[in-house]
Design a protein around this ligand. Structure first.
Ligand code: ADP
Ligand code: MG
Length: 919
């Protein structure tokens, strides 16, 4: 039986590790009940049930006479009934179906006639309502799972044209996914299971027509040869397109391409697709890990065994094939009566199908000869029937009684196929190529390592010897050291043991001593307690004593504190005394310094004074002392008009003094107890006051007050004179005039005027009052405080200088009164007239001294100007003087003033008329 026995003939090939199929992968088939067939067609070999799954050494394999390296696997056969089509519905309306299905029992009844029928048992009975999914799961899925585990598999449809072979296998289900046929679903499962990185999946699609194999993916290849490996018996089709698949989409495209090419070539050849066989060949190559960890032996092709250690696990690959075959319509098998091409075709188709039937018959009957080589189809299906593949056949039938004969022959074909027993084997191979590559690489590495080590050993031999010698010496040394150390240790040990014994003895003595001491202690404690009891009264005294002691301590503390405070006081006192003494010393020093300063100032002043005296003596006393002529002119103490340079020199000296000493110090000297100092000081101040620039500073520094005080209190004539002169100079300024008045200056001046006899003093006082008379605001106060009376009183002196100042004062006063009357704020009789000035005015109006005369003439003009004074002027005899002035006065302005006055006054005019004076 060549078809089934080629493997046994070749024996176990060294490169093939055949393993039993797992029980799980067989479950669908194994669970199937034992096939029942009509008695007449019951196969010789027992239909395989659960017992069909047998171990390699199992009885089943031996019984079937197959190679003991495989697992017995019977060809599984399912029958599918197509529903009535439109034509059948119409034509066979009155007839019942020729088949009746009993799916629960997996039986089919074929009616012979109205009263007779035959019953057949199948692995699966699929009714006209069975879904495509169910068909796939029952018929193809177990085969697909086997293929994925490394077994070859075949799914094939056999039946009359139009019964649904292509429907079952090849529907793409593009419109309705529930229609997807076995090819599409099988590929979905394969793609889902394999790993794209490690596994490869290739597909070929072929057509077998008139004993010619055509590549449906490259239709130009229309005569592909079938090659058998003489050793393995494996069939291959060199030159066929092998498309490597990665996804379902490309598979669907491949099927469409194949179908289109099949349609095109059939049109060209004027054939139908139902007359050709379509074969889809799926190759699955998966790398499997060898789980065997122990060393194992494999045999090479020469029969020598190779020991493979676990460190070199041999990689294995599993190569399996899934063949899906859509056969040509089975009706042609018996219809060989056609003519021409059709006859040839029928023969060719028949050849393949007849041959297939014959092979199956032979296999079913365990015939010694299986005519596999008779046709291309049987050669291609060599592994599927009686080979190592797991094979599932679906036979399709129609319900129509008109095709009863075809249906019957199809059923019989299925029944015979069910008897074909395959020996399912795992297609696992060692991946020698990759193992070889790995081993070679390792070998190279080992050779290189070996060379290096050899070199290293050679290099190291001498060195090693030397090292060994050294090591020997060191070992000997170490040994002697160890011996010495051991000796020391043993001695030490002995000593320690001795010490230990001594220590133990001592400890015992100590312990006895301690016990004795404890006893004594206890006795002493008892004794002390007894004594304490006896001494209790004493304790009371002890308390008192401690109280007293505490008090004493407290007292001591208080005393110490008091002593500390006393010390602090003493320290403070000492500090204060020191401070006071220091300050006293400082002040004494200060005083000494001041006294020195005063002394030097005194000397300077004396020097100044002496210089001045000397100069004045040189000039001579007789020189006339005149004022500069202005009504407010400065009054000089010793100012001969031709001594301007001398005065300037003196003033320069004083200015220097002023700068060096400072005004404040000079003024302070005015209060000196020493008269001489006061005299010199007041002279210096008076000289300073003669300069307008100094006046304000002197007043600001309080100099005016000091001068007024001197005027009032000093009994020294010189001082009073000089002070009055200084005041007169200060009185040139309007502000100072008001200050002098405010500080009671007019009263002091008046008193000095009354008391003084010295014409120079009187001149100064008169000058001062004269200056004050020129201030409009002060007129009333001046008169009230006796200023005018004092002025008039000084005429007693008869000294021309004094009279000139008095005249100037009267003229100033009259002028102010006249101005006030003209401006309307002053009315009434002149205060000068009131105070009795008129007689003196009249008497001196024609004084020979021009300085007096001119002032008086002016004063008279001012008085006469006002009608209110006119009567007094007339009665006082002043009219004649006025007339004289208007006629004789040397000064033009005064003369014309007098004339205007005379003309303007009705009183004067009337008097002149009365006296018949023509004017
Ligand atoms: P075959 O390939 O055996 O010649 P087809 O598969 O071409 O037959 O089927 C012939 C016709 O019958 C098709 O129109 C198909 O759709 C229909 N047919 C076949 N089997 C079934 C079924 N199980 N259910 C419904 N229609 C079917
Ligand atoms: Mg078809």
């Amino acid at each position: 039986m060549a078809f089934a026995s080629h493997n046994s003939k070749n024996g176990l090939h060294a490169s093939r590790l055949d393993r039993p199929l797992s029980v799980n992968s067989m479950k669908s088939l194994a669970s199937s009940p034992t096939a029942l067939t009509p008695t007449s067609t019951r196969p010789k070999s027992a239909a395989p049930g659960s017992s069909s799954v047998q171990r390699r050494n199992g009885t089943g394999a031996q019984k079937s006479g197959k190679d003991d390296s495989g697992v017995s696997g019977r060809v599984r056969v399912a029958v599918r009934l197509r529903p009535r089509n439109a034509e059948e519905l119409a034509a066979d309306a009155d007839f019942a179906d020729c088949v009746e299905l009993l799916p629960e029992l997996k039986r089919l009844k074929l009616r012979k006639n109205n009263w007779d029928c035959e019953t057949y048992q199948f692995d699966e009975v699929l009714t006209e309502t069975a879904s495509q999914k169910r068909v796939y799961e029952v018929v193809a899925k177990p085969v697909v799972e086997s293929v994925l585990e490394g077994y070859n598999g075949t799914v094939m449809a056999y039946g009359q044209t139009g019964t649904g072979k292509t429907f079952t296998l090849g529907r793409l289900g593009e419109e309705d996914c529930a229609d997807r046929g076995i090819m599409v679903r099988a590929m979905e499962d394969i793609l889902a299971d394999i790993s794209p990185e490690h596994d490869t999946l290739t597909v070929s699609y072929l057509q077998l027509y008139m004993e010619t194999v055509q590549d449906l993916l490259a239709p130009e290849r229309d005569n592909i040869a079938i090659v058998e490996d003489p050793k393995t018996g494996d069939v291959s089709l060199p030159g066929t397109t092998l498309v490597e698949l990665k996804d379902q989409k490309s598979f669907l495209e491949l099927l469409q391409t194949g179908e289109a090419n099949r349609f095109a070539s059939n049109t060209k050849l004027n054939t139908e697709s139902s007359r050709s066989h379509a074969l889809l060949l799926v190759n699955v190559k998966r790398s499997a890990k060898n789980k065997q960890e122990k060393d194992f032996v494999i045999h090479n092709e020469n029969g020598n065994s190779v020991h493979v250690s676990k460190g070199h696990r041999v990689p294995t690959i599993r190569k399996s094939k899934l063949l899906i075959v859509d056969l040509a319509g089975s009706e042609r098998v018996d219809k060989s009566g056609s003519e021409g091409h059709q006859l040839e075709e029928a023969k060719a188709i028949n050849l393949s199908l007849t041959s297939l039937g014959k092979c199956i018959n032979a296999l079913a009957e365990n015939s010694p000869h299986v005519p596999t080589r008779d046709s291309k189809l049987t050669r291609l299906l060599r592994d599927s029937f009686g080979g190592t593949a797991r094979t599932s056949l679906i036979i399709t039938i129609g319900p129509s009684p008109r095709h009863r004969g075809e249906t019957s022959s199809t059923i019989l074909f299925g029944q015979r196929a069910m008897k074909v027993e395959n020996m399912v084997k795992l297609k696992e191979e060692f991946d020698y190529k990759s193992l070889c590559r790995r081993l070679e690489a390792e070998l190279d590495k080992l050779i290189a390592d070996n060379e290096r080590q050899a070199q290293a050993i050679f290099d190291g031999e001498e060195d090693m010897e030397r090292k060994l010698e050294e090591a020997g010496t060191r070992v000997a040394e170490a040994e002697s050291k160890v011996a010495a150390a051991l000796e020391v240790i043993s001695k030490e040990k002995q000593r320690q043991q001795k010490e230990l014994v001594e220590m133990m003895q001592n400890l015992q003595i100590e312990r006895a001593h301690r016990e004795r001491l404890e006893l004594e202690l206890r006795e002493n404690v008892q004794d002390l307690q007894d004594k304490k009891k006896i001494l209790e009264p004493e304790n009371i005294h002890k308390e008192e004593l401690s109280d007293l002691k505490q008090m004493l301590e407290k007292e001591c503390e208080l005393r110490q504190q008091a002593e500390r405070e006393l010390d602090a006081f003493k320290r403070e006192e000492k500090k204060l005394t020191n401070g006071i003494t220091e300050r006293l010393e400082q002040e004494l020093l200060e005083r000494e310094k001041l006294e020195d300063e005063i002394k030097s100032l005194k000397q300077q002043l004396l020097q100044v004074h002496v210089d001045a005296e000397e100069r004045s003596r040189t000039i001579g006393k007789g020189s006339s002392a005149r004022s500069s002529g202005g009504s407010n002119s400065t009054i000089s103490l010793h100012t001969p008009s031709n001594m301007k340079d001398t005065i300037n020199g003196q003033r320069a000296t004083i200015a220097k003094l002023f700068e060096q000493v400072g005004l404040q110090k000079i003024l302070s000297l005015l209060e000196s107890e020493d008269v001489d100092v006061r005299v010199h000081a007041v002279k210096v101040v008076a000289n300073l006051a003669a300069e307008e620039v100094n006046q304000e500073k002197i007043v600001e520094a309080g100099g005016l007050g000091s001068l007024l005080t001197l005027l009032q209190s000093s009994e020294d004539e010189t001082i009073r004179r000089v002070a009055a002169g200084a005041i007169a100079n200060l009185a040139m300024n309007e502000t100072n005039q008001e200050l002098i008045m405010a500080q009671g200056g007019i009263g002091l001046l008046a008193r000095t005027a009354d008391d003084a006899e010295d014409p120079q003093t009187l001149r100064m006082v008169a000058g001062a009052i004269a200056n004050l008379c020129g201030n409009d605001k002060l007129q009333i106060k001046l008169r009230e405080e006796g200023g005018i009376r004092a002025l008039l009183g000084m005429v007693r002196s008869r000294h021309a200088d004094v009279l000139a100042q008095v005249a100037r004062g009267i003229a100033n006063f009259a002028k102010c009164e006249s101005r006030g009357a003209a401006q309307g704020y002053r009315t009434g009789r002149s205060l000068l007239i009131e105070d009795g000035a008129l007689p003196w005015i009249v008497a001196n109006a024609n004084n020979e001294a021009s300085s007096i005369r001119r002032h008086i003439e002016l004063a008279l003009c001012h008085l006469a100007q006002h009608e209110v004074n006119a009567k007094d002027v007339v009665s006082g005899g002043a009219l004649w003087e006025l007339i004289r002035i208007s006629r004789e006065c040397s000064r033009e302005d005064i003369r014309s003033l007098a004339q205007r006055t005379l003309n303007a006054s009705p009183t004067f005019q009337a008097e002149l008329r009365r006296l018949h004076v023509t004017y």
